[in-house]
Design a protein around this ligand. Sequence first.
Ligand SMILES: *Cc1c(COP(=O)(O)O)cnc(C)c1O
Length: 401
Amino acid sequence: MNRIYLSPPDVGRLEETYLVRALRSGWVAPLGPEVDAFEREVAERVGVAHAVAVSSGTAALHLALLALGAGPGQVVVVPTLTFVATANAVVYTGAEPVFVDCDPATGNIDVALLADLLHRLRVAGQRVAAVVPVDMFGACADYDEILPICAAARVPVLADAAESLGSTYRGRQAGSFGRIAALSFNGNKIITTSGGGMIVSDDAGLIAHSRYLATQARQPVPHYEHLDVGYNYRLSNLLAALGRAQLSRLDEMLARRRELRERYAKLFAAVPGVRLLGDPEEGGPGGGPDVDGLSAGVRIAPDTAGARGSNCWLTTIVVDPEQAGWRAGELGAHLAADDIETRPVWKPMHLQPIFSQSRAVLTGAAQRLFEEGLTLPSGSALDETQTARVFHAIEQFLAQR
Ligand SMILES: *Cc1c(COP(=O)(O)O)cnc(C)c1O
């Protein structure tokens, strides 16, 4: 039996055609017509004016932070519940990451804590270079709240939209929020170039500076002339071709991921103590179980929170062991025995040995999601046989409880 992965790359004949065409064109370099076209097409999809393609989402975050002026002696506010790249990019610039806990319903940055932290940093006379909200597992952070709070504090927002290409929030595309945003095309993301990323913004100056830094900070003169330390962060023309093929299939891939999430929602609706991350908590803020007058069987989140606008990159269940009578890790172990990959939610940054000395404002919500969450196979490449195997294994586990 072959292994079922969480989010394997979804590539086929179209990607092959685009890649071979780019290879035969002779543009085998980190620049070329495929890169230019990919930048235009992603900017158009996201709804921003400018974009620069780079070699990874991490590089995108790094350059976006530099473009915003992050550096030694400054602070950058980052959610503690994220992939380590968000925090590492801050450290690369010499700035200090300060971590903020999350909203337990969505896993996105806790807005009240953020407002309070920005106030206290201002009182302490700390310079804050940026706030970096992360669109957790595809669901947009609460920009309606975050943007005014950051504007009042005069702190620019860099959106880490590595996981959220194709998601919407209040009718706008992920990646269009804040001063600048970073996308990732890593192998496990919603679309992939095998490895790659992009910086997107309406600010032509920020994008031009990012492009300059990505190109070894080379001055526009015939010889090699350098005033700044630059980076070799450009995206290969071949990989941009792969990205263009993927982008042309984005809507079809989104539909598949959303369908998978809906099927998980139905499966777990009747299971006590289990909810989907991003759906409103029962009785909690966001509407309770009967939103839209539907019975408790199908829980539908409001447009703004999680499920409906999300690209559903990774569907995650949160298991309350008291109510459920089992732990998320036990289901993970059962599926692993069937060669089905699952994963815990990100281990929060404040619990990572490398960041144990960093400042953090905490409620315990991120740690609880780490302990009680389980991410399920969610990739658009999963076929019916594989999906049936996953659902059968979960049903078997539940029947034994
Ligand atoms: C994947 C990811 C990144 C990094 O992207 P790479 O392309 O892997 O460098 C950054 N932030 C978040 C939240 C991610 O999920």
